[in-house]
Design a protein. Structure first.
Length: 332
Protein backbone atom coordinates (compact mmCIF):
# COMPACT_ATOMS: atom_id res chain seq x y z
CA UNK A 1 0.00 0.00 0.00
CA UNK A 2 1.39 3.39 -1.02
CA UNK A 3 1.98 5.82 1.87
CA UNK A 4 1.09 9.51 1.92
CA UNK A 5 2.00 11.74 4.86
CA UNK A 6 -0.58 14.30 6.03
CA UNK A 7 1.25 17.04 7.92
CA UNK A 8 -0.93 19.25 10.15
CA UNK A 9 -0.52 21.16 13.40
CA UNK A 10 -0.96 19.25 16.63
CA UNK A 11 -3.97 21.41 17.58
CA UNK A 12 -5.61 20.75 14.21
CA UNK A 13 -5.53 17.01 14.84
CA UNK A 14 -6.79 17.55 18.39
CA UNK A 15 -9.96 19.59 17.81
CA UNK A 16 -13.31 18.59 16.32
CA UNK A 17 -13.12 21.19 13.57
CA UNK A 18 -12.65 21.29 9.79
CA UNK A 19 -8.99 20.16 9.68
CA UNK A 20 -9.59 17.08 11.86
CA UNK A 21 -12.74 16.15 9.93
CA UNK A 22 -10.84 16.57 6.65
CA UNK A 23 -7.95 14.42 7.92
CA UNK A 24 -10.19 11.54 8.95
CA UNK A 25 -12.19 11.73 5.73
CA UNK A 26 -9.01 11.68 3.63
CA UNK A 27 -7.67 8.70 5.60
CA UNK A 28 -10.93 6.77 5.03
CA UNK A 29 -10.95 7.58 1.31
CA UNK A 30 -7.27 6.65 1.06
CA UNK A 31 -8.01 3.28 2.63
CA UNK A 32 -10.70 2.63 -0.01
CA UNK A 33 -8.26 3.61 -2.77
CA UNK A 34 -5.34 1.55 -1.45
CA UNK A 35 -3.44 4.56 -0.04
CA UNK A 36 -2.22 4.66 3.58
CA UNK A 37 -2.62 8.26 4.82
CA UNK A 38 -0.27 8.68 7.81
CA UNK A 39 -0.95 11.54 10.26
CA UNK A 40 2.14 13.59 11.12
CA UNK A 41 2.38 16.60 13.42
CA UNK A 42 5.01 18.46 15.45
CA UNK A 43 5.08 17.33 19.07
CA UNK A 44 7.15 20.05 20.70
CA UNK A 45 7.38 23.84 20.54
CA UNK A 46 3.66 23.90 19.90
CA UNK A 47 1.28 25.53 22.33
CA UNK A 48 -2.30 24.48 22.82
CA UNK A 49 -3.11 28.13 22.15
CA UNK A 50 -1.61 29.05 18.80
CA UNK A 51 -1.95 32.81 19.38
CA UNK A 52 0.65 32.94 22.18
CA UNK A 53 3.80 34.95 21.26
CA UNK A 54 6.41 32.68 19.69
CA UNK A 55 3.91 29.91 18.98
CA UNK A 56 1.40 31.52 16.65
CA UNK A 57 0.87 30.47 13.06
CA UNK A 58 3.92 29.66 10.93
CA UNK A 59 6.53 30.63 13.58
CA UNK A 60 5.79 27.49 15.57
CA UNK A 61 6.18 25.31 12.49
CA UNK A 62 9.61 26.52 11.47
CA UNK A 63 11.25 25.19 14.65
CA UNK A 64 9.70 21.76 14.06
CA UNK A 65 11.20 20.71 10.74
CA UNK A 66 13.51 18.12 12.29
CA UNK A 67 10.63 16.55 14.25
CA UNK A 68 8.42 16.40 11.15
CA UNK A 69 11.17 15.06 8.89
CA UNK A 70 12.10 12.39 11.44
CA UNK A 71 8.52 11.12 11.44
CA UNK A 72 8.32 11.20 7.63
CA UNK A 73 11.58 9.25 7.28
CA UNK A 74 10.58 6.77 10.00
CA UNK A 75 7.49 5.86 7.94
CA UNK A 76 9.53 5.86 4.69
CA UNK A 77 7.17 8.39 3.15
CA UNK A 78 7.97 10.07 -0.17
CA UNK A 79 4.66 11.86 -0.85
CA UNK A 80 3.35 14.51 1.54
CA UNK A 81 0.23 16.67 1.76
CA UNK A 82 0.82 19.57 4.17
CA UNK A 83 -1.90 21.93 5.30
CA UNK A 84 0.12 24.77 6.84
CA UNK A 85 2.09 27.17 4.67
CA UNK A 86 4.99 27.18 7.15
CA UNK A 87 5.82 23.66 5.97
CA UNK A 88 6.48 24.69 2.34
CA UNK A 89 10.18 24.04 2.93
CA UNK A 90 9.39 20.31 2.99
CA UNK A 91 9.76 20.33 -0.79
CA UNK A 92 13.53 20.88 -0.33
CA UNK A 93 13.63 17.36 1.15
CA UNK A 94 10.57 15.81 -0.51
CA UNK A 95 9.95 16.89 -4.11
CA UNK A 96 6.50 15.24 -3.98
CA UNK A 97 4.97 17.74 -1.55
CA UNK A 98 1.61 19.36 -2.12
CA UNK A 99 -0.15 22.12 -0.16
CA UNK A 100 -3.78 21.81 0.89
CA UNK A 101 -4.27 25.22 2.55
CA UNK A 102 -6.36 25.42 5.72
CA UNK A 103 -5.75 29.15 5.62
CA UNK A 104 -4.82 31.63 2.91
CA UNK A 105 -2.91 34.94 2.72
CA UNK A 106 -5.99 37.16 2.54
CA UNK A 107 -5.90 40.59 4.19
CA UNK A 108 -9.01 39.61 6.21
CA UNK A 109 -7.09 36.86 8.02
CA UNK A 110 -4.76 36.98 11.01
CA UNK A 111 -1.22 36.08 9.97
CA UNK A 112 -1.68 37.44 6.44
CA UNK A 113 1.79 39.06 6.24
CA UNK A 114 3.44 36.05 7.86
CA UNK A 115 1.91 33.60 5.38
CA UNK A 116 2.66 35.48 2.16
CA UNK A 117 6.39 34.64 1.77
CA UNK A 118 5.72 30.90 2.09
CA UNK A 119 3.26 30.95 -0.80
CA UNK A 120 6.02 32.11 -3.12
CA UNK A 121 7.62 28.67 -2.70
CA UNK A 122 4.49 26.57 -3.42
CA UNK A 123 4.45 24.82 -6.80
CA UNK A 124 1.59 22.32 -6.38
CA UNK A 125 -1.64 22.55 -4.42
CA UNK A 126 -5.08 21.07 -3.79
CA UNK A 127 -7.85 23.50 -2.87
CA UNK A 128 -11.51 23.19 -2.00
CA UNK A 129 -12.92 25.89 -4.32
CA UNK A 130 -12.46 27.43 -7.75
CA UNK A 131 -12.00 30.82 -6.07
CA UNK A 132 -8.87 29.56 -4.26
CA UNK A 133 -7.55 27.99 -7.47
CA UNK A 134 -7.84 31.38 -9.21
CA UNK A 135 -6.21 33.17 -6.27
CA UNK A 136 -3.24 30.79 -6.18
CA UNK A 137 -2.72 31.33 -9.90
CA UNK A 138 -3.38 35.09 -10.09
CA UNK A 139 -1.64 36.19 -6.87
CA UNK A 140 1.13 33.61 -6.44
CA UNK A 141 1.58 32.15 -9.94
CA UNK A 142 0.81 28.57 -8.84
CA UNK A 143 -0.78 26.90 -11.87
CA UNK A 144 -0.65 23.21 -10.83
CA UNK A 145 -3.79 23.22 -8.68
CA UNK A 146 -6.50 20.57 -8.25
CA UNK A 147 -9.95 21.52 -6.93
CA UNK A 148 -11.37 18.77 -4.68
CA UNK A 149 -14.16 19.50 -2.16
CA UNK A 150 -14.10 18.19 1.40
CA UNK A 151 -17.17 16.06 0.86
CA UNK A 152 -19.82 15.95 3.58
CA UNK A 153 -20.86 12.60 5.04
CA UNK A 154 -23.79 11.49 2.87
CA UNK A 155 -25.05 8.84 5.27
CA UNK A 156 -25.30 11.44 8.08
CA UNK A 157 -27.04 13.89 5.75
CA UNK A 158 -29.58 11.18 4.82
CA UNK A 159 -30.06 9.79 8.32
CA UNK A 160 -30.60 13.12 10.09
CA UNK A 161 -32.78 14.80 7.47
CA UNK A 162 -36.21 15.18 9.07
CA UNK A 163 -38.32 18.25 8.13
CA UNK A 164 -40.70 17.54 11.02
CA UNK A 165 -37.89 18.26 13.51
CA UNK A 166 -37.12 21.76 12.16
CA UNK A 167 -37.55 24.55 14.73
CA UNK A 168 -39.02 27.49 12.78
CA UNK A 169 -37.23 30.25 14.69
CA UNK A 170 -33.85 28.52 15.06
CA UNK A 171 -30.79 30.18 13.53
CA UNK A 172 -27.55 28.18 13.55
CA UNK A 173 -24.00 29.58 13.36
CA UNK A 174 -20.82 27.47 13.43
CA UNK A 175 -17.37 29.00 13.90
CA UNK A 176 -14.65 30.03 16.32
CA UNK A 177 -14.21 32.86 18.78
CA UNK A 178 -11.98 34.72 16.33
CA UNK A 179 -12.32 38.23 14.96
CA UNK A 180 -12.56 36.94 11.38
CA UNK A 181 -15.61 34.80 12.26
CA UNK A 182 -17.56 37.67 13.87
CA UNK A 183 -19.27 35.91 16.82
CA UNK A 184 -19.96 39.43 18.18
CA UNK A 185 -22.36 40.03 15.28
CA UNK A 186 -24.32 36.89 16.08
CA UNK A 187 -24.67 37.89 19.72
CA UNK A 188 -25.86 41.36 18.69
CA UNK A 189 -28.38 39.82 16.28
CA UNK A 190 -29.73 37.66 19.12
CA UNK A 191 -29.99 40.72 21.40
CA UNK A 192 -32.03 42.59 18.79
CA UNK A 193 -34.19 39.54 17.96
CA UNK A 194 -35.22 37.94 21.27
CA UNK A 195 -37.89 35.87 19.47
CA UNK A 196 -35.17 33.86 17.70
CA UNK A 197 -33.55 30.68 19.05
CA UNK A 198 -29.87 31.26 18.19
CA UNK A 199 -27.41 28.35 18.46
CA UNK A 200 -23.66 28.98 18.23
CA UNK A 201 -21.33 25.99 17.81
CA UNK A 202 -17.58 26.20 18.45
CA UNK A 203 -15.12 23.55 17.28
CA UNK A 204 -12.91 23.37 20.36
CA UNK A 205 -13.35 23.15 24.13
CA UNK A 206 -10.88 26.06 24.49
CA UNK A 207 -13.58 28.49 23.37
CA UNK A 208 -15.58 27.81 26.55
CA UNK A 209 -13.08 30.03 28.32
CA UNK A 210 -12.77 32.74 25.67
CA UNK A 211 -16.56 33.13 25.26
CA UNK A 212 -16.81 34.17 28.93
CA UNK A 213 -15.76 37.68 27.93
CA UNK A 214 -19.10 38.22 26.14
CA UNK A 215 -22.49 39.03 27.59
CA UNK A 216 -24.51 36.09 26.24
CA UNK A 217 -28.21 36.86 25.60
CA UNK A 218 -30.75 34.42 27.06
CA UNK A 219 -31.91 33.28 23.60
CA UNK A 220 -28.40 32.06 22.67
CA UNK A 221 -27.26 28.46 23.26
CA UNK A 222 -23.50 27.76 23.10
CA UNK A 223 -22.23 24.32 22.06
CA UNK A 224 -18.61 23.14 21.97
CA UNK A 225 -16.66 20.36 20.22
CA UNK A 226 -19.63 18.47 18.80
CA UNK A 227 -19.19 15.22 16.88
CA UNK A 228 -20.18 15.09 13.22
CA UNK A 229 -23.26 13.12 14.22
CA UNK A 230 -24.27 15.86 16.68
CA UNK A 231 -23.56 18.59 14.12
CA UNK A 232 -25.88 17.03 11.54
CA UNK A 233 -28.65 16.43 14.07
CA UNK A 234 -28.43 20.05 15.22
CA UNK A 235 -28.16 21.32 11.63
CA UNK A 236 -31.40 19.51 10.79
CA UNK A 237 -33.21 21.24 13.65
CA UNK A 238 -32.38 24.76 12.41
CA UNK A 239 -34.33 26.57 9.72
CA UNK A 240 -31.57 29.07 8.86
CA UNK A 241 -27.82 28.61 8.69
CA UNK A 242 -25.89 31.89 8.87
CA UNK A 243 -22.20 32.47 8.15
CA UNK A 244 -20.83 35.98 8.72
CA UNK A 245 -17.06 35.34 8.43
CA UNK A 246 -14.87 37.78 6.54
CA UNK A 247 -13.11 35.01 4.62
CA UNK A 248 -13.15 31.22 4.54
CA UNK A 249 -10.86 28.58 3.06
CA UNK A 250 -12.99 25.51 3.79
CA UNK A 251 -16.57 26.74 4.46
CA UNK A 252 -17.41 23.13 5.38
CA UNK A 253 -20.45 23.92 7.55
CA UNK A 254 -21.94 25.88 4.64
CA UNK A 255 -21.81 22.87 2.33
CA UNK A 256 -23.23 20.70 5.14
CA UNK A 257 -26.01 23.25 5.66
CA UNK A 258 -26.90 23.07 1.96
CA UNK A 259 -26.89 19.27 2.19
CA UNK A 260 -29.36 19.45 5.07
CA UNK A 261 -31.66 21.74 3.07
CA UNK A 262 -31.10 24.81 5.25
CA UNK A 263 -31.97 28.27 4.00
CA UNK A 264 -28.48 29.82 3.94
CA UNK A 265 -27.37 33.38 4.61
CA UNK A 266 -23.71 33.97 3.70
CA UNK A 267 -21.18 36.76 3.03
CA UNK A 268 -20.88 38.48 -0.36
CA UNK A 269 -17.12 37.77 -0.53
CA UNK A 270 -16.22 35.81 -3.70
CA UNK A 271 -14.62 33.04 -1.62
CA UNK A 272 -18.23 31.92 -0.98
CA UNK A 273 -19.12 31.91 -4.69
CA UNK A 274 -19.49 28.11 -4.75
CA UNK A 275 -22.37 28.35 -2.23
CA UNK A 276 -24.72 29.45 -4.97
CA UNK A 277 -27.92 27.46 -4.87
CA UNK A 278 -31.48 28.86 -5.08
CA UNK A 279 -31.97 29.46 -1.36
CA UNK A 280 -28.48 30.77 -0.49
CA UNK A 281 -28.57 34.53 0.03
CA UNK A 282 -25.45 36.72 0.12
CA UNK A 283 -25.29 39.84 2.24
CA UNK A 284 -23.08 41.99 4.44
CA UNK A 285 -22.97 43.67 7.82
CA UNK A 286 -25.52 46.27 6.66
CA UNK A 287 -28.30 43.82 5.77
CA UNK A 288 -27.49 40.45 7.39
CA UNK A 289 -29.95 40.81 10.27
CA UNK A 290 -32.75 41.57 7.80
CA UNK A 291 -31.73 38.67 5.55
CA UNK A 292 -31.66 36.22 8.48
CA UNK A 293 -35.13 37.38 9.55
CA UNK A 294 -36.46 37.07 5.99
CA UNK A 295 -35.04 33.54 5.76
CA UNK A 296 -36.59 32.60 9.11
CA UNK A 297 -39.96 33.99 7.96
CA UNK A 298 -39.93 32.01 4.69
CA UNK A 299 -43.00 29.79 4.18
CA UNK A 300 -40.54 27.04 3.13
CA UNK A 301 -39.24 24.95 6.04
CA UNK A 302 -36.31 23.64 3.98
CA UNK A 303 -34.81 23.86 0.49
CA UNK A 304 -34.84 20.74 -1.69
CA UNK A 305 -32.85 22.74 -4.28
CA UNK A 306 -30.01 23.44 -1.83
CA UNK A 307 -29.94 19.79 -0.83
CA UNK A 308 -29.80 18.53 -4.41
CA UNK A 309 -27.08 21.06 -5.31
CA UNK A 310 -24.90 20.00 -2.36
CA UNK A 311 -25.17 16.29 -3.14
CA UNK A 312 -24.12 16.94 -6.75
CA UNK A 313 -21.18 19.25 -5.90
CA UNK A 314 -19.84 18.59 -2.38
CA UNK A 315 -20.64 15.02 -1.35
CA UNK A 316 -18.12 12.45 -0.09
CA UNK A 317 -18.65 10.68 -3.43
CA UNK A 318 -17.43 13.77 -5.32
CA UNK A 319 -14.45 14.03 -2.94
CA UNK A 320 -13.54 10.38 -3.46
CA UNK A 321 -13.69 10.75 -7.25
CA UNK A 322 -11.40 13.78 -6.99
CA UNK A 323 -8.78 11.97 -4.91
CA UNK A 324 -8.99 8.87 -7.09
CA UNK A 325 -7.96 11.04 -10.05
CA UNK A 326 -5.37 12.96 -8.01
CA UNK A 327 -3.68 9.93 -6.41
CA UNK A 328 -3.76 8.08 -9.74
CA UNK A 329 -1.65 10.84 -11.32
CA UNK A 330 0.50 11.91 -8.34
CA UNK A 331 1.49 8.48 -7.01
CA UNK A 332 2.46 6.97 -10.36
Amino acid sequence: MKKVGLVMRKIQFAEAQGPRVFAERLRDIGRELGVDVVFISPERHVSGHDWLPGYEHEKGDLVNYDVVLDQIHAHQIEHVIYTVSGFTFLKMFLPNSVLFPHSFPDPALTGYEMMKPFYGIVDKAIVQTEFLRRQLNDVFGVSDVDVIPIGFNESLAERHFDPAAIVDNRVLWIGRDEENRRPDLVLEYARQNPDKDVVMVFGGERYKESMKKYDIPLNVTLQFALSQDEVFALMNSAKVYWSCSKFDTFAMPLTEALAMGKIVVKPEHPCYGHISSRHAFAGNEMNWFELVNMAAASPQKFSADNREYAFSKFSATVMKQGYERFFGEWLK
